[in-house]
Design a protein around this ligand. Structure first.
Ligand code: PGA
Length: 247
């Protein structure tokens, strides 16, 4: 099981310090991997303050370039250098607002793995695509392109986050059946790529996951955790979601 807290563009040194103290007390399980994805500028301080806890730290984005004249970018090697363990790649907000395409996401995956980071690859369809009946083909295509440059063992080590765009930040959560159907299709595709290794890949759900809907989602066979936005900004809610599967 894997739980990510995606803090997005939220927080200050003070509020993050407060949240971190609460998370350290509220989350002590070793039965799930727990990672918080913070804005770049707070990563170093956060890594230092979480070093004696079970909670690991990730970045929300990474450059698709290794180094050089790319003003404003942060490389995978830099993230590793400051002690980051994980990175989100291809979040729908990056894809839609910042026009990241599948080829760029594939480059980011390669660079992240080369630097020793564990990528959490985000995929998910928009409402239009779902209503047209194309959700599964769309998500599998996103996955396929993102993984093109990776070998079997590298694929086996990633985390896939299925995040239907229409469920992110909207309060409109996918039903457990909708999510399970997509997670199963993702696992099926991965099995075609890496055979038995696909069983061990954490495929997590994201999109309005809250304490009151977490257990019905997490009890599905192919849902191995969550990527949580809004609810991860409150330590008690994030801990309650994790507690919904870790007893
Ligand atoms: P949400 O965000 O939990 O606020 O819907 C999830 C995400 O964007 O990762």
């Amino acid at each position: 099981m894997f739980f990510g807290g995606n803090w997005k563009l939220n927080g200050s040194r003070e509020s993050i310090h407060q949240l971190t103290q609460e998370l350290k007390v509220g989350i002590t399980t070793t039965k799930a991997r727990v990672v918080v994805f913070a804005p770049f500028v707070y990563l170093s301080e956060l890594i230092e303050s979480l070093k004696d806890s079970v909670i690991q730290v990730g970045a929300q984005n990474v450059s698709d370039q290794a180094e050089g004249a790319f003003t404003g970018e942060v490389s995978a090697a830099m993230l590793k250098d400051v002690g980051c363990d994980y990175v989100l790649i291809g979040h729908s907000e990056r894809r839609s607002i910042y026009h990241e395409d599948d080829a760029m996401i594939a480059r980011k995956m390669r660079l992240a793995i080369d630097a020793g980071l564990r990528p959490v690859l985000c995929v998910g369809e928009t409402l239009d695509v779902r209503e047209a009946g194309d959700a599964e083909a769309f998500v599998i295509q996103q996955l396929k392109v993102a993984l093109t440059e990776l070998n079997d063992q590298e694929i086996a080590d990633i985390i896939v986050a299925y995040e239907p765009v229409w469920a992110i930040g909207t309060g409109q959560v996918a039903t457990p059946e909708q999510a399970q159907t997509m997670h199963h299709a993702i696992r099926d595709y991965l099995s075609g790529e890496v055979e038995s290794l696909a069983e061990g890949i954490d495929i997590i759900y994201g999109g309005s996951m809250k304490p009151d809907n977490a257990s019905s989602l997490l009890s599905q066979d192919d849902i191995n955790g969550g990527l949580i936005g809004g609810a991860s900004l409150k330590a008690s809610e994030f801990a309650a979601i994790i507690g919904a599967c870790v007893v």
